[in-house]
Each structure stands twice: as C-alpha cells, then as structure tokens.
Design a binder for this molecule. Sequence first.
Ligand code: HEC
Ligand code: HEC
Length: 285
Amino acid sequence: MSDNKNANQTPDTGHSWDDGALRELLNEPPGWWKLGMWVSLAWVLVYFILYPSIPLATDFTKGVMGWTAIKEYKADLKEVEELRAPYEAKIKKMSASAILADSELSSYVEKSGKVLFGDRCAACHGSGGAGNPGFPVLADDDWLYGGDINTIEASITDGREGGMPAFGGSLSAQQLDDVTQFVIGLAQGTKHAAGAAVFEEQGCSGCHGEDAKGVTFMGSANLTDGIYRFTPGTAESVKYTIAHGVNDGSDPETRNAVMPSFADKLTETEIKKLAVYVYKLGGGQ
Ligand code: HEC
Ligand code: HEC
C-alpha cells in the first residue's frame, strides 16, 4: 500500500519486485481473524470430545455422548410405531367396511393407503387414481365392477380380467360402422336403428345389458355415460374395441386389461387400507 507511511519500517519477507517498489510485508493478521481461528479450534475440540467424528479403518471415534444418527432415527421410528400400534391392532381385526364407518380409523388408514397406492398401484392407475391409457380411472364414481367397499377390496385381492370377444371377424364393415355409431350415440342421446339391430343380434346386450349400462359382475362397461374405459372415446377407438375385443387371446391386437391379484403381494391389512383409500378417491360409490 503506497499511502501507508509506516510501510517502509515494517519488516518484509525479502520478496520484492520492481526494484523494491513492491515488497511483501510481514504484518500480523487482524485481531478479529485470530479470535475467530481460536474459537473455531476450541469448537472442533469440544465437538470431537462429544460426538463421533474421525473415521478409522474399521470403526470411528465415538464421542462421550454416544450419539449416532442411526440411533436417533431408530428412537424416532420406535416412537412412531408405538403411536401406531393400537390402530394397527384394531384394523387387523376389523373389516374394511367397519373401518370405513369409523371416522378416526378411516382417516388414519387413508394416509397409509395413499402411500401404498403410490408404491403399488399408481404405475398403472396414475397418481391419485387419475387413470392412464388402458387403465381405468379410480378417482371417479364410474366403476366396471362396482364401487362399494367390499367390491373394491375383492378387485384388489383377486384381480380382474374383463373379457369381450373380438367382433372384427364376424361383422361386415357396414355392421361394424353401424354398431359403432349406435354406441357413440348412446352417450350423445342420438339413435341409430341399424346399429341397434346389430347390438341386439350379436349379443352385445347379453353382456352390456338391454339398456347398455353394463353389468358389474362381469365388469362390462357402461356404454351410455360417455366415460370411456379405453381412451380416447372417439368413434375410431370404440370401433377398435369392438373389432378386437378385450383380452381375447385369439386376436393379437386385442385390448389388454388385466388387473393383477394382490392376494400374495400385500397383507390383508394393507389391502383393507387400500380399499378404504380407493373408496374415498371416488367419493364413495
Ligand atoms: C399392472 C397394472 C395394474 C396394477 C399394478 C394395478 N391395477 Fe388395478 N386395474 C388394472 C386394470 C387393467 C384394471 C381393469 C381390469 C378390467 O378392465 O377388467 C384394473 C381395475 C382395478 C379396479 C376395479 C375398477 C372398477 O372400475 O371396478 C380396482 C378397484 C383397482 N384396479 C385397484 C387397484 C389397486 C388398489 C392397485 C394397487 C394395489 C392396483 N389396482 C394395481 C391394472 C392394474
Ligand atoms: C362376453 C361379454 C361381452 C360381449 C358379448 C360384448 N362385450 Fe363389450 N365389453 C365387455 C366387457 C367385459 C368390457 C369391459 C372390458 C374391460 O374393461 O375389462 C367391454 C367393453 C366394451 C367397450 C369399451 C367401453 C369403454 O368404456 O371403453 C365397448 C365400446 C364395447 N364393449 C362394445 C361392445 C359391442 C358393440 C358389442 C357387440 C358387438 C360388445 N361389446 C359385446 C363384454 C362384452
């Protein structure tokens, strides 16, 4: 610093440049800096005495407090499990519908059901049961097999596999178009007489019902509500379903719709939790 009048008297390191115009001086570091250093050093020592700190070849220095992150985690976990234990014991003995009727238990169960759903179901049904192409929406009140709590529990336990034969081989192109227009018209309130005749003759009503509203025991979709199980619900995609069927092994282009059974993959308690969670997604029914 050229404006420092004492610079000439200050001892230097012997390093100089520019014929002595620039010298490296031997100044003491400032007091605040030294204080900071001593305080940090003291803190390191205190920490070293109290806490695990230095990794050794197969072990580590333990510290006098005996604290470890894993011990703290285990203690926290034990606390949570103790809080949960009475609930879990009750749930184990109760049916899903009884849990649902108990507002405290059902809101407890709903939370763990949500986590299970994210792990085991969301890959197919979408997060929060919002559905995915080919996988039904669970967060509405439109059900293939039924939305009461016992039916939902059965769907999860046993799995589901709806079956509809492919009609591509048995219908003429005209008949296929007619029945497609008839189905599309059902939701829109328009009538298609030729298509209605095909629907009757081909036995569609035998599975979907005379009113085409679907039969829950076989999971045949309601065709009148404008909610399509196989999206998008355009004439083209409806026609595809009719032509290739659902899970029809004889048609390589058939729609696949297999809900796996979870009887061996989840405990009964977990299935009950999921049933309550899914039931509540649809707002009941
Ligand atoms: C591999 C994909 C897949 C997984 C994983 C899966 N599902 Fe499904 N689920 C389906 C399919 C496909 C259907 C429709 C079956 C059909 O159309 O016959 C279905 C149907 C259902 C139904 C009946 C819906 C109705 O409208 O009646 C329920 C309830 C259900 N799943 C719940 C679950 C729950 C809860 C889980 C997680 C434990 C789960 N699913 C995991 C594919 C899956
Ligand atoms: C053997 C019973 C059966 C017969 C016969 C049958 N269906 Fe189906 N159909 C089903 C089932 C079951 C499903 C639902 C499959 C699933 O989602 O797993 C279905 C689904 C559909 C769908 C898809 C609905 C959606 O929401 O995407 C359409 C469209 C349809 N059927 C139309 C017809 C027509 C038209 C005929 C007659 C030409 C017919 N079905 C005959 C059982 C049948």
